[in-house]
Design a protein around this ligand. Structure first.
Ligand SMILES: C[S@@+](CC[C@H](N)C(=O)[O-])C[C@H]1O[C@@H](n2cnc3c(N)ncnc32)[C@H](O)[C@@H]1O
Length: 433
């Protein structure tokens, strides 16, 4: 396909996503099924154009004065891909399979419009209704924080300490210019090229041998800040596909036990293959069984309970940009209720003197600081471990990290703008002994 035909396809896919409120992955899959002539390179290119357009949806529509899929795609070429007017005209020359030529108005806007006078939710590319929530988290910095959440994310890997380390993984992936990350001692980062194409890492021998997993640096830091100790009992209450369980097991050097469970057995299913590949032998998976409490025997027994809570995922908008336009106020309320429930369940499992680490990949205070404050008002035997103490797990990097991240009375907030990670909140609480 020509670049112009790929742009036409992107507009078609965006139309499906926006008009029918469909998840981007479903719309892209259906487009591929209906256009079997498109090769894998075409699909990847259309996918990255679509995700770029979704990242910059509000600001692209703003500069074009139009919210149509065509306007969003054209605006994105200017905002995200830095195409000048001549380059965009070349893609819209009206040729076979190309989008129709630019109108006078489109030409003028692509030439001169910018977001300098736009409201914060436009400059920060997030839904208008979330503006008060992001103001609560970031105040006057919300447009810049939003813009950083609307940028592309690099690919982050976590070296599996059971089999390897960050230096070895970076050397193994030298062809992709992999570099150790700034904060996480287990992190390795690969920057994306200008076309946003990710390297096929899951076919790498090092991946197949369990040397590394794909995991954002912020998620790695959340596991590190939870400070699991070898030889102890750790419960990963919301284990999902096991990203944190694997990181915890590696930090514990496979000593002690990590009990991984989740309320949804379908989400847990991929954990088995991942544990096997990583040789994470200290992880025991407990599959939920109807109404039976599979953790009943563990009350007051855990040295550490990790709650990687169900959340809006607003901290991961860089990786999942259609989620930010699909989220609704009702969904935020549901997540808040689930978070409170899971925190209360976790509290019952923590032994006296043990710890509870509460983690979200959200930047909304309702899901973070407010949730912790509300938990503390219900659970008088817990108190927050000061963030300065928690981040000391970073050793000599802690001081600089403490200046970059937002530390509050409840915990630590990382964001793409401040720590160059996904948005993650971590609060570590101790039960009195
Ligand atoms: C953020 S995801 C977990 C991601 C996972 N820890 C990882 O690192 O890959 C949140 C998980 O919480 C689970 N969940 C939601 N409510 C729960 C509850 N009441 N008890 C246990 N798990 C719950 C969801 O099924 C989901 O898998």
């Amino acid at each position: 396909m020509t670049p112009a035909a790929r742009l036409s396809a992107t507009i078609e896919v965006l139309d499906d996503i926006i008009a029918r409120r469909r998840p981007a992955a479903d719309a892209l899959k259906d487009w591929g099924l209906a256009h079997r002539f498109a090769g894998s390179g075409d699909r990847a290119a259309i996918g990255s154009l679509t995700f770029d357009a979704l990242r910059k949806r509000a600001s692209s529509a703003w500069i074009m004065g139009d919210e149509s899929p065509r306007a969003i795609a054209l605006g994105m070429l200017k905002r995200e891909r830095n195409f000048n007017l001549a380059a965009i005209e070349k893609l819209t020359d009206g040729g076979r399979f190309a989008p129709s030529p630019l109108s006078e108005d489109e030409r003028a806007r692509l030439d001169t419009a910018d977001v300098s006078s736009a409201p914060a939710w436009v400059a920060g590319d997030y839904p208008e209704w979330l503006d008060p929530y992001l103001t609560a988290s970031f105040g006057d910095d919300r447009a810049e924080e939003g813009a950083a959440l609307a940028a592309r994310a690099p690919v982050d890997l976590r070296a599996n300490l059971i089999k390897s380390d960050a230096q070895k993984v970076a050397a193994e992936l030298a062809e992709y210019h992999a570099q150790p990350t700034r904060w996480s001692p287990t992190g390795v980062r690969i920057a994306l090229g200008s076309d946003a194409k990710a390297p096929p890492l899951q076919s790498e021998p090092g991946y197949l041998k369990g040397m590394f997993e794909v995991q954002d640096e912020g998620s790695q830091l959340a596991a590190l800040f939870a400070a699991p100790e070898g030889g102890k009992r750790v419960i990963d209450l919301c284990a999902g596909a096991g990203g944190k369980s694997l990181a915890l097991a590696a930090l514990m050097h496979n000593r002690g036990e990590v009990i991984a469970t989740d309320s949804d057995k379908r989400r847990l299913a991929p954990i088995y293959a991942r544990l096997e590949r990583a040789s994470a032998k200290c992880v025991k998976v407990l599959t939920p069984r109807g109404k039976t409490d599979v953790l009943a025997e563990f009350d007051l027994s855990a040295d550490l309970v990790l709650v990687d809570a169900p959340c809006t995922g607003s901290g991961a908008w860089r990786r999942n940009p259609d989620a930010k336009w699909r989220i609704r106020p009702g969904a935020l309320e549901i997540r808040e209720r689930e978070q409170a429930e899971v925190l209360d369940r976790a509290a019952r499992l923590v032994r006296p003197g043990g710890r509870l680490a509460y983690v979200t990949c959200s930047v909304l205070d309702n899901e973070n600081g407010a949730q912790v404050r509300s938990f503390l008002s219900r659970s008088k035997s817990f108190s927050v471990i000061l963030p300065d103490e928690v981040i000391s797990a970073l050793g000599e990097r802690a001081m600089v990290f403490g200046k970059a991240a937002r530390l509050s009375a409840e915990g630590i907030l990382m964001t793409p703008r401040t720590t160059e990670t996904d948005g993650f909140f971590v609060s570590v609480l101790r039960r009195e002994g």
